[in-house]
Design a protein around this ligand. Sequence first.
Ligand code: ADP
Length: 307
Amino acid sequence: METIKVFCPATIANISCGFDVLGVALDAVGDEMIVRKVSQKGITITKLEGQDLPMETLKNVAGVAGLAFLEETEYKGGFEIEIYKNIKAGSGIGSSAASSTGAVWAMNELLGKPFSTLELVKFAMEGERLASGVAHADNVAPALFGGFTLVRSYDPLDVIPIPSPSELYATVIHPQIEVKTSDSRKILKTNITLADGIKQWGNVGGLVAGLFTDDYDLIGRSLVDHIVEPIRSILIPGFNEVKSAAIGAGALGCGISGSGPSIFTFGKGETTAQKVGEAMKEVYQNIGIDYEIHVSKINHTGIKNLN
Ligand code: ADP
């Protein structure tokens, strides 16, 4: 195989109580990439459509992640990459992660899978370092493993895939406003109280247990964030109204996707997920803020080969 076309899923990171450790892959929204083996060494981005992003190898996360991969291979040639973006950069649903993971996953397939999924996570994290200054794994892990993932530890890197109930759907609304990642980082507190910590890790444990046992009520009870959401939500107009509307329409829980401004909810079944979407839309229609909405099943396989 010389060329591969892949689907690179959008991802929700943090998931309320799981700040910096939990993430999940979506099915209904993602980018596409075409990756080609070439004899010339290095990575060249030959096409980038859908978003205005740099094509220079060292300024694009696909290029940086790809170079991290190449450094560890015996392969003497290089790769050309075409990127077709559907995920808006800075939306909070893993736009950069889709490109970093798509590049390294496709390259691994083309070379006959020399690396494990966990090794691909490490390469893709270098793309995240370019995008945000921090080599975090909470978006790239679910994009590569599929489903929900827990980054239990960074040193050493330990990623735990978590199964989830078959009827679980995500609804994500992206208000078309800009929240600078630097601002959403700056306002975070660096210390937390023990009392908040206890509530938070109780919920992380509850959420993971609920996902494993298909317990929708437990999932809903655990989707609470005592630490980050109370602060970050201030940057998202209409957040509290959207959250109440979503829960009123049957969502199990609702929180900030990544560092925002997208807001996610989970619900049981597609009908509920659609209804929740309508309720969330209405809030932004009333305040006069444009939005994009995605209703998606959980993506259990991660990146997909479209050849
Ligand atoms: P999201 O908020 O959706 O998770 P990120 O904040 O992770 O998006 O990434 C957006 C940042 O990464 C922007 O600064 C963008 O310029 C940079 N970037 C570089 N290459 C890419 C790429 N191929 N796709 C998306 N963003 C990219």
